[in-house]
Design a protein around this ligand. Structure first.
Ligand SMILES: [Zn+2]
Ligand SMILES: [Zn+2]
Length: 126
C-alpha cells in the first residue's frame, strides 16, 4: 500500500502518492484491491475534505469507491468512534479527535505531532 508505510517511509508529497495510487487503481480496471482502508482511508478522507485540494474526477471516483467499501456514511461514523492509542504517547483517543500524518501515515495527537512528525496533518473537518 502506497499510503500506509510504517517502517519504510513513503517518498514524495502526499498528493503525488495519492495520484499514483489512483492511477494504479484505474489501470487495474478499478479493482477493489487498491482501495484504501483503515488509517490510509482516514487520511485520504480528511485530506480530501480540506478546501483547496486538487480533485480530479478519477480521484473523486476513487474516494467514493473507498467510502462505499468502508460502509458509506455509517461506516465512516463508526470508524470515527473507534479508539486508538497515540503511537507517540500511548494516550487513548477517538479518531474524530486525533490527526494522521501524511509523512508516515500514522495517527498522532497534538502533543506528539510537533516532536515526532514532519508530514502534513489531516483531521476530521466540518
Ligand atoms: Zn501522543
Ligand atoms: Zn509522521
Amino acid at each position: 500500500m502506497l499510503l500506509a508505510t510504517g517502517a519504510r517511509p513513503a517518498t514524495g508529497p502526499f498528493a503525488q502518492r495519492v495520484a499514483r495510487l489512483v492511477g494504479l487503481w484505474e489501470a487495474d480496471g478499478r479493482s477493489d484491491r487498491w482501495l484504501a482502508g483503515g488509517t490510509a482511508f482516514f487520511l485520504l478522507n480528511c485530506w480530501s475534505m480540506t478546501p483547496g485540494r486538487p480533485a480530479t474526477p478519477a480521484l473523486r471516483d476513487y474516494l467514493a469507491a473507498c467510502r462505499t467499501a468502508a460502509g458509506g456514511g455509517p461506516g465512516w461514523d463508526a470508524l470515527l468512534r473507534h479508539r486508538i492509542n497515540c503511537p507517540g504517547c500511548g494516550v487513548s483517543w477517538s479518531l474524530e479527535n486525533i490527526r494522521a500524518c501524511t509523512g508516515c501515515s500514522s495517527y498522532t495527537c497534538d502533543d506528539c505531532q510537533e516532536a515526532d512528525h514532519r508530514g502534513e496533518f489531516c483531521e476530521v473537518v466540518g
